[in-house]
Design a protein around this ligand. Structure first.
Ligand code: FEC
Length: 307
């Protein structure tokens, strides 16, 4: 009989309907309700991308693809999937409790975010462990997978495809903007958090593997907390690159995210595009990993290191 083990896939979560937006936003702000103006601003951004985010459906498809890939690779165990979200139901704690109710004793945990920060992947894991400790479930954590060859190959292929659509004579006037979600700078520095180094390493690997000549690193989607966040912000970076080097083509690779959602569809495809239009330069944003087999394979390969 094959042993059944849990696969806990954790992700950010998104409102399922407009009426969920306020509670979701309140949860993101650790219980502090947004003002009417803040809430309206968020509703307007969702409206702009079509009403709601595609994230809920994509998270489910990614998690199912990962489970199926793992069950193809591992012959001695069967992975049973549990999805736990950070800011909306099913919450991380609900998923861990469901594992216990199903008699799961061991589980691999994965966050749908490729880089480690104690404030992102670390905080998902802490919540999962706190709940699992109640039931004695043993976890094997994936902490990151940005460095996996298949992850780098995925983005390298997308970059080279995008470059193939730009005249060769303009390749020296083209820049790759490699970005991840910003986080409050003070917290990252105080804790010597690996997050900025991991983004830098990703940019270096993409520079080494792809045909791109110029690479810049930036941060995006920062919150409104009144304190400094990791920068430069991708919009400011675009302006600076244009004024300093006069690049004509900007390829945005938000490698800190794994699929299309509000932060990509609005912060890249609208906000960065507006800056590009203002400067009279070309905006490119290659396809996100979603359920691409290279992306799913990268996570499988990292899981092989931990279980
Ligand atoms: O498509 C969707 O509906 C959801 C897209 C979404 C993703 C996402 C990923 C990350 N966040 C991270 C950190 C923060 C911090 C704050 C913060 C705020 C928001 C707000 C929305 C939102 N985030 Fe998010 N994030 C997504 C959506 N995020 C909406 C609230 C309005 C706004 O600021 O735009 C600030 C909290 C505060 O105010 O104190 C910090 C990080 C990630 C990437 C890792 C991960 O996926 O967990 C880090 C997707």
């Amino acid at each position: 009989m094959t042993k059944k083990i849990g696969l806990l896939v954790m992700a950010y979560g998104t409102p399922y309907k407009e009426a969920d937006i306020e509670a979701y936003y309140t949860d993101i702000r650790r219980g502090k309700k947004p003002t009417d103006a803040e809430l309206q601003d968020l509703k307007d951004r969702y409206q702009f991308i079509g009403g709601l985010s595609p994230l809920a459906g994509t998270t489910n498809r990614q998690a199912e693809a990962l489970r199926d890939a793992l069950n193809d690779v591992y012959t001695n165990v069967e992975f049973k999937l549990y999805i736990g979200l950070k800011h909306i139901h099913p919450f991380i704690e609900d998923a861990v409790k469901a594992m216990y109710e199903d008699g799961i004793e061991e589980a691999v945990t994965v966050v749908l975010a490729p880089h480690y920060s104690s404030f992102s992947v670390g905080s998902y894991n802490t919540r999962a462990v706190k709940e699992a400790d109640k039931y004695g479930i043993q976890f094997y954590h994936v902490e990151h997978y940005y460095q996996q060859p298949k992850f780098i190959q995925y983005w390298t292929e997308r970059i080279n495809e995008t470059l193939a659509g730009i005249p060769k004579t303009e390749h020296d006037e083209t820049v790759l903007v490699v970005s991840a979600h910003s986080l409050p700078k003070g917290l990252i520095e105080k804790n010597n958090d690996p997050y900025p180094k991991e983004l830098h390493h990703t940019a270096e690997l993409l520079r080494a593997h792809s045909n791109i000549i110029h690479v810049a690193e930036g941060w995006q989607s920062e919150g409104n907390t009144g304190t400094p966040w990791l920068g430069p912000d991708v919009q400011d970076l675009t302006r600076n690159l244009y004024h300093e080097y006069g690049y004509k083509n900007y390829i945005y690779t938000p490698v800190g995210f794994v699929c299309e959602h509000l932060e990509v569809l609005y912060d890249n495809d609208y906000e960065c595009k507006v800056v590009c239009d203002e400067l009279g330069v070309n905006y490119f944003r290659p396809t996100m990993p979603d359920t691409n087999p290279l992306f799913i394979g990268a996570i499988v390969d990292e899981i092989k290191n931990v279980y």
